[in-house]
Design a protein around this ligand. Sequence first.
Ligand SMILES: [Zn+2]
Length: 467
Amino acid sequence: MRLHNSLSRRVEDVVPVDGRTVKIYSCGPTVYRHIHIGNFRSFMLGDLIRRAAKFEGLDARLVMNITDVGHMTDEVTDSGRDKMELAESDEGLSAAQIAEKYTEAFLADGDLLNIGRADVYPRATEHIPQMISIIQTLIGNGHAYEVDGAVYYDVRSFPDYGKLSGNTLEALRAGHRQEVEVDPNKRNPEDFALWKKAGPGRALKWDSPWGPGFPGWHIECSAMSMEHLGKRFDVHTGGNDNKFPHHEDEIAQSEGAVGHAVVSIWVHGGFLQMGGQKMAKSAQNIRRVSDLAEHGLDPLAYRLLCFGTRYRNEIDFSWDALEAANHRLGTLRRRMAQWRPEQGAIDAPELTMVEEELDQRFRRTVAEDLDMPQAMVVVNELLGADLDPFRRYVLLKRWDEVLGLDLERTALEGFEIPPEVHELMRRRDEARLAKDYPTSDAIRDQLTSMGYEVMDSPEGTTVRPRT
Ligand SMILES: [Zn+2]
């Protein structure tokens, strides 16, 4: 299996450090409000890598953090207000209640997209001692300094700073010159806070060697990733917007503390652009994944839509494209229902050379930096190929372990027959009972022209959608 490493800017082999298990850390949500449907595109990435690794016969372990303190409203200058405290005053709930509420909603929305749950969801507020310990190490080895109850990372002490995002100190300095006010405690304007002093009235705070305060957002991921995956692990994911400053700072912290590289491959997902999109009236209030079902769209249609573009590229979202994906998903499921064998015929058949070749090609495209658009091309080929139905079913069922599109759902639930079709079936049965064969045949033709295959059973007329 290979993945594009944002650090080397190359596609590299995934080779588990421990020789067995691919260890993946995914930057999770800041749980101060509902996660927008567009953001779920990058939250899918960690689970997709885990699915692909397992498909390759590797073990995989996924850790996704929950940020429930310290993420400031202005991410680049690391200033403004703590998002959790902001929500606290807006909603009249405690920070813990807000975190609970939006974590639950995040997990429920993820379930609807078949994002497999992480093996662990560490909370930042439950890892304060680990963060303090790393900060103490960084002060001890000259990477950090304390001023008046706050601790800053000395960016100039880490010569590799900027290696991930490409932001050089010069570029940073230029950016920081536009800041309205530079924290006067910083030695250099580009330094960032590891620990912040608790101001008056702040509820979310902890005792520390530097007095009461709270952690910076970036130190949280250094502490939680190394706590749960060790000081060397394989894959770290996030959205493109996490590259700078979040991941750049995480590298400086983690490598500054342990003295060597911690993450083998950094994987970043492209945005899903929704801004400026002309939305259908009926769809205007879709903000969350759970809103999709209320508008008659299967949430997994969104998953299928995302597979149409390489994960690193941006998607320009459109409702038309989502509706087309929804239609396509229905077609795939109906085919699965038609190809599914009767009970009993469950032994996996031997594949022909053509089928074996399709299967290998599907696996190769998934393993090659998650090339899902190409994998869907192979799915299309399978649909169009003249193959034995049962073996098509077996292959698609196997591939769905990675796709996660619940392709067997229709087969298991039965497809829905619209009321007008039920009425035609009833009239055909009446006609047949009365031996009125011209009418019975006319209704059969009508059903056929509506896209159904018509069959006679002891219970009367039955139909199933034609492919
Ligand atoms: Zn993170």
